[in-house]
Write a protein that binds this ligand. Structure first.
Ligand SMILES: O=C(O)CCC(=O)C(=O)O
Length: 121
């Protein structure tokens, strides 16, 4: 299999105001260059993972149904430290630092359609 990267289309204009709000939320150094739109149908979630470490801050805009954003990291032995935040509709979260490098995150299966827009530098 051959795999290659190629430049994507420019960020569509209809996202410009949202990108500006995300950049304001992130602070003066944040210039968004990558956007991922994800659709979660009923019963769909996303498993435990960390995003690529070369990306800095990650921002997530939640749309559609409310969901949980779960975090876990290895504790002593076979145990996990865990916490969960509510990803309310129209809310924006930022992950940076330890939440990116040490903690894994996941979205449990949703009970109604949900959409997320992920923003990265
Ligand atoms: O849907 C979300 O808010 C999380 C998305 C996510 O974990 C990812 O794109 O890596």
């Amino acid at each position: 299999m051959t795999c290659a990267l190629r430049r994507a289309e420019p960020i569509p204009g209809w996202l410009a105001d949202i990108v500006a709000n995300v950049e304001t939320f992130g602070g003066p150094a944040v210039r968004i260059q990558r956007i991922l739109c994800t659709e979660y149908g009923v019963g769909v979630g996303i498993g435990w993972h960390r995003d690529k470490p070369h990306l800095d801050e990650i921002f997530g805009l939640s749309l559609g149904s409310a969901s949980k954003l779960r975090f876990r990291k290895r504790a002593a032995g076979e145990n996990w430290d865990r916490f969960t935040i509510d990803a309310e509709p129209r809310s924006l979260y930022m992950m940076t630092g330890a939440s990116r490098r040490i903690w894994e995150h996941s979205i449990p299966a949703v009970e109604a359609p949900r959409y997320s827009i992920t923003f990265a530098r």
